[in-house]
Design a protein around this ligand. Sequence first.
Ligand SMILES: NC(=O)c1ccc[n+]([C@@H]2O[C@H](COP(=O)([O-])OP(=O)(O)OC[C@H]3O[C@@H](n4cnc5c(N)ncnc54)[C@H](OP(=O)(O)O)[C@@H]3O)[C@@H](O)[C@H]2O)c1
Length: 279
Amino acid sequence: MDFGTVLVLGATGKTGRRVAAELRRRGFTTVAASRTSEVRFDWADRSTWEPGLTGVRSVYVVDSQGPAMGVEMTEFTALAARLGVERLVLLSARSWPEIDETNPHLVPERAVRESGLTWTVLRPTWFAENFTELEFFAPLLATGELRLPTGSGREPFVVLQDLVDVAVAALTEDGHAGRTYTLSGPRALNFTEAVAEIAEAAGRSLRFTPVSEEEYRADVAAAGYPEDVADLLVTVLHHIRDEGGASVTDGVRQALGREPRDFSEYVKATDFPAAAPTA
Ligand SMILES: NC(=O)c1ccc[n+]([C@@H]2O[C@H](COP(=O)([O-])OP(=O)(O)OC[C@H]3O[C@@H](n4cnc5c(N)ncnc54)[C@H](OP(=O)(O)O)[C@@H]3O)[C@@H](O)[C@H]2O)c1
């Protein structure tokens, strides 16, 4: 079957750029879109939506995470349906419903489910790649210390290639319609354990320091981020501290019929930078 052109939103981000690359590697015609991609797509500028969606059969959707994300998704899915798009694969998060079933981040999920199109929702745990690619984790490799209010809470980090494999399957194969996949790795580990594994592979002294909410908020403010960003970070990091998402899930097996990659595969595959030279 011809699965037509796939539009990938968030195509410069952690997941979108990998999904677009994997689609191209497998020979699918792929349009990469975001505010700074080859095809410009901006959630805040509706005039960019139609050009991105035209001629497309399926879309990997990364929402705006902004206050209007629910309204945007409802309008976006209606436009997609009008333009002949057939399927949507939405990146959501495992933690949103665990934190609060009325969480506004779940509104885009509802819009996609009610769009009338074929849909699949991905609810991943925290990405293993956050340690090297999330801006809030950058101090780990820059200063050697990661300070978070996660205590000894564990998280079954998902390796992004597994999310990519599930997304590509849902975009290009049958059998994933109407499915919500909760994606985790096979092992929950706390931040002390995760950083120790990274330190060993990197050959560097790296450490995790559990901090209080107050200390963390002071760090976030000192890094120049506003209070609403700190609020969101504290909410999701306390969810980890409280082990709200510590259980291992079988979403990768449900979607792909195989076990997920372990955190150690991320560590092995990553080229951690050497320590900055000391003066
Ligand atoms: N990190 C985790 O552990 C984790 C776990 C579970 C779920 N998630 C979910 O992952 C999502 C983020 O995905 P990601 O990590 O792949 O992306 P990301 O690395 O955070 O990058 C964001 C992407 O969205 C694009 N973008 C930002 N604002 C935009 C706008 N106004 N209009 C259009 N595009 C915009 C950016 O590109 P431009 O700057 O070029 O526009 C970029 O490609 C969030 O929904 C989060 O809840 C993350």
